[in-house]
Structures are given as structure tokens and as C-alpha cells.
Ligand binder design. Structure first.
Ligand code: SF4
Length: 178
């Protein structure tokens, strides 16, 4: 597992006198888990088994059954996708493969309809197109932390509202931009 991966992948935008950290926040909709077989690191199996309260061989059997279906051309949903609530049941110990989705490189999310990525893109666009934040022109990301000053908070909030940022997004945004 890539323990260095941040809890929320993000991009830093250099604004006039401050940096804005735009995080990606997963909506736990499960769209990326449908008809998908993740690559699970072997060393994660004990942690997954512990988190589910199941023996490792039961987990291995589930993964094996999924693998067989996929190889036979009948892709199933990830076996760790909750059947009713659409959420990942091993989210806290999910493998690197899942932690790295979606890529925030601008390549996009392929065929997956990812509401978290759409929200991330909306917020990014609002900030990069907003004259309030960039009225002196775009500067390169400055080193060190340049926190959002109190007098700019109202503009930042307006931008987030224009981007229709969700409550969970706003919470993470607040935590990361302090
Ligand atoms: S599709 Fe996007 S928002 Fe939905 S669970 Fe996957 S990463 Fe999260």
C-alpha cells in the first residue's frame, strides 16, 4: 500500500496573495467499483480481513471468484462494494490501485462517471477563471504556505458556492486551507 499517498489528492493554485488547495473528495458513490477488479496487494490481505472480521481465506475466495468471472468475460462489481449502499466496505484499507483513482492529471476518469472528479474540476475552473482571485495574473505556485487571509475568505466562499461545492467538500477544503 502506498502510505505516502495523501488522504485527499489535491492541486495548489497560486492566487494573488495566497494559495488555494483544491482537494479531490470522494462521494463514495461506487461508480468506479462497478464491473471492476482492483489489484490488491498481498500484504494488505491481513488488514482487509481484520477490518471485515473475516478469515483471510474467505477474502481470497471472494477475490478468486471475481477474478474468474472477469477472465471469463463476465466482469462483476468489485467484491468489496457494498451491495446496497454503493460504498467501499474496505475504504480505510483500500489498495493503491483504488487510492490512485481518479488521476488528477487532467487525463480524466475514462468511462467512469465520477461525481467527485466533476466537483473537483468545477471548483478548479471557478478558481482559475475568477478575477477576484487572479486579478494580478496567474503566478507560479509559490513555495511555502500562503494561507488565505481573512479579508479574502468571502471571495473564496463565493467561488465555492458558484462551483456548487458539496458539504463534505467544504469540510475537507476548510481542513486543508485552515
Ligand atoms: S466514482 Fe469517484 S466519487 Fe464515486 S466512489 Fe469512485 S472515486 Fe469516489
Amino acid at each position: 500500500m502506498d502510505v505516502t499517498a495523501p488522504a485527499h489528492p489535491h492541486k495548489v493554485i497560486a492566487c494573488r496573495e495566497y494559495n488555494v488547495i483544491v482537494p479531490f473528495v470522494c462521494h463514495r458513490c461506487g461508480n468506479c467499483c462497478r464491473r471492476y477488479e482492483p489489484i490488491i496487494e498481498l500484504e494488505l490481505l491481513p488488514e482487509i480481513a481484520r477490518s471485515l472480521g473475516e478469515p483471510i481465506d474467505v477474502i481470497q475466495n471472494r477475490l478468486g471468484a471475481d477474478s474468474l468471472s472477469h477472465s471469463a468475460g463476465h466482469p462483476t462489481d468489485c467484491c468489496f462494494l457494498h451491495p446496497r449502499h454503493s460504498g467501499c466496505i474496505i475504504y480505510e484499507v483500500r489498495p493503491t490501485d483504488c487510492r490512485q483513482f481518479p488521476p488528477l492529471t487532467g487525463v480524466g476518469t475514462g468511462a467512469v462517471d465520477c461525481p467527485g472528479y466533476r466537483e473537483y474540476s468545477r471548483v478548479l475552473n471557478e478558481f482559475t477563471c475568477s478575477p477576484e482571485h487572479l486579478r494580478q495574473g496567474r503566478s507560479a505556485a509559490a513555495g511555502g504556505q500562503r494561507q488565505i487571509p481573512p479579508h479574502a475568505r468571502r471571495d473564496v466562499l463565493r467561488t465555492l458556492t458558484n462551483a456548487k461545492a458539496s458539504a463534505p467538500f467544504l469540510q475537507v477544503f476548510e481542513e486543508m486551507n485552515g
